[in-house]
Design a protein around this ligand. Structure first.
Ligand code: RB5
Length: 150
């Protein structure tokens, strides 16, 4: 699976730990920044990563900032993208199985590195369940289309 990752300056350390963790397991991940010591506006990173997902360049992505909230808000503005803040195992699992989220967001100021790594592993093993959730996710896309400016 092709994976992208991005952060702002509030979550550089968490991003670095996640990359190290994924690479140690043989999972390749493309880093969209920010680089160590670089100060960025989180929307710039979030939109870049979300666009790459919407364009089909990556199947899934991880975005981290101070809380995970700003990254999720931005990523969800890109049509076709479903980003979820995942700070506990249940939401992490449901974000994939029920919501088919392609982007997982976390906050370095909210959770510790070990929990984050555990949640990343969990998230990557969960697939969309389809079934009763399929028409709901399809409806997101239908309604979203109303707001896309021509
Ligand atoms: C820092 O810019 C902080 O506001 C940001 O990392 C994030 O928590 C926003 O949602």
């Amino acid at each position: 699976m092709k994976l992208a990752i991005g952060c702002d300056e509030a979550a550089y350390n968490l991003k670095a730990e996640i990359i190290k963790h994924l690479e140690s397991k043989g999972v390749a991940v493309d880093d969209f920044g920010a680089d160590k010591g670089e100060v960025v506006l989180y929307p710039d990173v979030a939109f870049k990563v979300a666009e790459a997902v919407a364009d089909g360049k990556y199947e899934r992505a991880i975005l981290v900032c101070g809380t995970g909230l700003g990254m999720a808000m931005c990523a969800n503005k890109v049509p076709g993208v479903r980003a979820a803040v995942c700070h506990d195992p249940f939401s992490t699992e449901r974000s994939r199985k029920s919501n088919n989220a392609q982007i997982m967001c976390m906050g370095e100021r909210v959770i510790g590195v070990e929990l984050a790594k555990y949640l990343v592993d969990l998230w990557l093993t969960c697939d969309f369940s389809g079934g009763g959730s399929a028409p709901k996710v399809a409806r997101i896309e239908e309604l979203e289309a109303k707001y896309i400016k021509k």
